[in-house]
Design a protein around this ligand. Structure first.
Ligand code: MG
Length: 268
């Protein structure tokens, strides 16, 4: 099921997306409004609205976004980093937070921060947590996942390089576009992940190239902290990161999910 969050007539609702988004078979998409919330038992109401008549919102409002750095070896290498120790073993994942105020939805603007001159896109598979959990064993990870969506870990690269902590470089307002919806029926282990800027391909990778699997990441994160329903894990970006400029349209497409598109604007 594809679950979108949207506003209609001033109200916020969740809906199940019906209709095909497959290339060549796109039809009119319709939202069947959900009674309840997707983090508990819910029913479809049968009340349907055309998707193009509503405004899509971020598919969740996370309490926290936990992000993983350097989870694709080629991307780590392009920034002069390695993810392996002297014995060739993966090092502990880099983890950081993006605040809830960094989250924006599909079609929302990315506001270029005033304190940066080198904004970068980072296309990432996002995991949406479905239930409160901590110390999750590997074999139980699938039970705590609601589904998957697209993310852009927008990064002020110059600020990231000059400040020891990444809170400003990766946590400014609008630095975490999420969407367009949550796909709940998906095997995330080998999906194409792509980023285009103004229609030109910049990043192309496969989730099978992750250094650490989604299971390993959730075990690692929940060793330390409780995850809440709606929390989001960003799983790292493949190679090909590069600059964004005011006026650019950046799109993250993940096989089996869809496309998240945002435009870069000057911060007002
Ligand atoms: Mg990233």
């Amino acid at each position: 099921m594809r679950i979108a969050r949207f506003s209609i007539d001033g109200n916020v609702a969740f809906g199940a997306v019906e209709g095909s988004t497959a290339p060549g078979a796109e039809g009119e998409l319709v939202l069947d409004i959900i009674k309840g919330i997707p983090f508990a038992d819910f029913e479809l109401s049968g009340t349907k609205v055309p998707l193009n008549k509503v405004r899509l919102l971020p598919p969740v409002l996370p309490n926290k976004v936990v992000a993983i750095g350097r989870n694709y070896a080629e991307h780590a290498a392009e920034l002069g980093n390695s993810v392996f120790d002297d014995q060739g073993r993966p090092e502990a994942p880099i983890t950081f937070f993006k605040p809830s105020t960094s989250v924006v939805g599909p079609g929302d603007p990315i506001a270029y921060p005033s304190f940066s001159h080198d904004l970068h896109h980072e296309a990432e598979l996002a995991v949406v947590i479905g239930r409160m959990c901590r110390e999750v064993p590997k074999e139980r990870v699938k039970d705590v996942i609601l589904g998957y969506t697209c993310a852009n870990d927008v990064t002020a690269r110059d600020v990231q390089q000059r400040e020891k902590q990444w809170a400003r470089a990766k946590g400014f307002d609008s630095s975490c576009p999420l969407g367009p919806w949550i796909e709940t029926d998906l095997d995330p282990s080998d999906l194409t992940i792509q980023c285009t800027v103004n229609g030109e391909q910049r990043q192309l990778g496969r989730t099978s190239d992750m250094v650490r699997s989604i299971e390993d990441l959730i075990v690692h994160i929940t060793e330390a902290m409780t995850l809440l329903p709606g929390d989001v894990i960003l799983t790292g970006t493949p190679a090909g990161v590069g600059p964004l400029n005011v006026g650019d349209e950046v799109a993250v497409t993940i096989e089996g999910i869809g496309t998240l598109t945002n435009k870069v604007i000057k911060r007002g």
